[in-house]
Structures are given as C-alpha cells and as structure tokens.
Ligand binder design. Structure first.
Ligand code: PLP
Ligand code: COI
Length: 340
C-alpha cells in the first residue's frame, strides 16, 4: 500500500524511507551488500570523508508510468559516472552490476514511497560512496561504504515550472583542470556559501563562468544550461569542467531525434546570452527548469519567453522527456529500466 503522503505538495527535501542499501569495501573488495532499515552511520572521528571530503555521489529518479510500472531512467549512465567520480577521488570503483542491483533492490523495497503517476512527484535516488577508516596523513582511505537511499521529491525550484532568476557568480566553481567534471561532494561544499548569498539577495541560482577567462558560460551549482536561439537551435555549453549531465545528453537527443531541431554543443560566450530566445537549467532534480532572467551586476537579461511562462521549445523538450520517463512516449532503446 502506498504511504499516506500528500504527493501533490511535496518539496525537494529528505524524507526517511523504510530501506537503504549498504555495501562495505574492506581488504581490497566490495562485499555483496544488503538492505537495512538503519538510517544512521557510525564511524571514526578521523574518517577520511570527515577530514578530507573523500566522497562522491549520484542523483537519479524512479517514476510510476501511466500503466503503473515503476521505472528508472538510464541508470547505466549514473553507474558509469559514479565510476569516473570514484576514479578521480582514489575511491575503489563500484562495479556496474552491483550499482544497478543496488538501485533495483532499494527502489523495490521502497515501492510504497514511489509517488503515483500524475502527481508531479518522483522518487529521488541518492547513491554515494565515502572513505570510512581513520586517515590523518593526506592519503586515500582503505575502507569505504557504498550506500543508496531514496526519498520522494517534488520540484527542485519552488514554484515548480515558473521561470527563475539567476545571477552571474563572482565565485568560481571548478578549476580548468580540477574536479568540475565529477560528482564530488567537495564541488557542492564550495557552492554552499555562494548559494546562501544568492538566495539572500533574491536569486534562485548562480551561473558560473569559466574561471580562466570568465567569458564563457559553464553551469549552475546543480544543473547544466540549455539555450535556444531565435531560429530554434538548441545550444549547450561544452567544457571539461562541467558535470556531464545525463538529462542534458538525453534532451539533446530528444531535440534532434524527436523534435527535429538543430543542436549544438559548443563553447558559449556570456556575451551571446542576451541574444538567445529561451534558457533552461537541466538535471535530474531540475528536470528542465526555465530561466526567465539573468542578472550580471545590475545588467539584466530578460529572455523573450519572460517571467510568467516557459518558452515553447523548453516546454516541448520538457513534455517529451517527461513523457518518455512516464511511459506515455516511446523511449529510445535502453533508456528505461523496469523495476520488477
Ligand atoms: N550539474 C551539476 C553540478 C549537478 O549537480 C547536476 C545534477 O546531477 C547536473 C549538472 C545534472 O546532471 P544529471 O542530468 O545527470 O542529473
Ligand atoms: C541532481 O540533479 O541529481 C543533483 O544532484 C543536483 C543536486 C543539486 C540536488
């Protein structure tokens, strides 16, 4: 039986669910992993994750389709991205089959928390890995945990699909040859002061520019950018220091193969932004959230789509992607995994 939750009105927050998955890495190998009802972790005060932030994570979602199945979206890509994040932090790589099995087990065990079709809510899945044993000299841990928990979520930005306002950040997110392309906890730790400051000043998110020249658009704290030109081409920034968003990669495919639009992945100069017709933020949490306004130290760029409604192309992209995820539009081969 589904839990008694007001599905239509949940925000993007943590809610404790019944089961989570835990696997431990010791003596050079991952154990087979298990589900547990214990939502707490006990570890040394000197655990590598606590002292040196040796941790990375993933974010993905489970959906209830129109015909009542529970599905997850392209989990193989999350498995691969976690592997590159692990490699970048000297964390032993989680085998792909183990990752996929863990996702299946946790979602299935918490099926009562998967929001029903049509509520707009989804089940957010958070896989993560961290160095657990005591480490005081700067070196990687020898022992790790790989965990997966889930929590029902609503829209990431309050107001749902209303256009948001973002500002150009004075702070840089990731160095040109740094950790921007992996999902390391440290990339989010560095963004916390900046997001609190942005919120205090009335902005929903920060637009980060490339640190080397500060002329090119990178991404926000939690999503990649998509722009639409006045003649309907979908443009997304290319950079080695942004997270390779699975949503963005999927939306580009949808734009080209479902909507017949031209797509470009290339360097995007901030100077060009004022000429675009539409702008959106894309990610698992953000889905595709319309951006109405970008503020650069008093200079405002208001997109022609405005502050009231999503632009037509962003709207079509969102509709098509969510249709694929919810099973009302046929998905490309291999994109949807059914949880049995
Ligand atoms: N960029 C950052 C910094 C993110 O945290 C996320 C969220 O996962 C994304 C982009 C979007 O990636 P994805 O579409 O794979 O969720
Ligand atoms: C996601 O979209 O899964 C993320 O990890 C972004 C985070 C800011 C919630």
């Amino acid at each position: 039986m589904k839990k008694d939750i007001d599905w239509n009105n949940i925000g993007f927050g943590y809610m404790k669910t019944d089961y989570r998955y835990v696997s431990e890495y010791k003596d050079g190998k991952w154990d087979e992993g298990t589900l547990t009802t214990d939502d707490t972790i006990t570890m040394s005060e000197c655990a590598c994750v606590l002292q040196y932030a040796q941790t990375c994570f993933e974010g993905m979602k489970a959906y209830t389709t129109a015909d009542g199945k529970i599905v997850v979206f392209r989990p193989d890509l999350n498995a691969e991205r976690l592997q590159s994040s692990c490699a970048g932090l000297e964390i032993p790589v989680v085998p792909k089959e183990q990752f996929l099995d863990a996702i299946h087990q946790v979602v299935k065990a918490n099926a009562d928390f998967v929001p029903p079709y049509g509520t707009g809510a989804t089940l957010y899945i958070r896989p993560y890995v961290f160095g657990k044993n005591p480490v005081i000299g700067v070196k990687p841990a020898d022992e790790y945990e790989f965990r997966v928990f889930v929590t029902p979520v609503g829209p990431y930005f309050k107001g749902g699909v209303k256009p948001i306002t973002i500002r150009v950040s004075d702070v840089d997110r990731a160095a040109p040859r740094g950790t921007g392309n992996i999902k390391a906890g440290l990339n989010y730790a560095m963004s916390l002061h900046n997001i609190v400051d942005a919120h205090q000043k009335g902005f929903d998110e920060n637009m980060y520019l490339d640190p080397q020249t500060r002329t090119k658009v990178e991404e926000t704290g939690g999503a990649n950018f998509l722009f639409v030109t006045k003649d309907g081409t979908v443009v997304t920034p290319k950079s080695n220091s942004i997270l390779p968003s699975i949503t963005r990669r999927s939306l580009l495919y949808v734009a080209e193969h479902y909507l017949g639009l031209k797509v470009e992945e290339r360097e995007v100069y901030f100077d060009e932004v004022k000429d675009f017709a539409e702008c959106g933020l894309c990610g698992t949490a953000a889905v595709i959230s319309p951006v109405g306004k970008i503020v650069d130290h008093g200079n405002e760029i208001v997109f022609p789509s405005g502050m009231e409604e999503m632009g037509p192309v962003i709207s079509k992209l969102r509709e098509t992607l969510t249709g694929i995820q919810m099973g009302t539009i046929e998905a490309p081969e291999g994109w949807i995994e059914v949880i049995e």
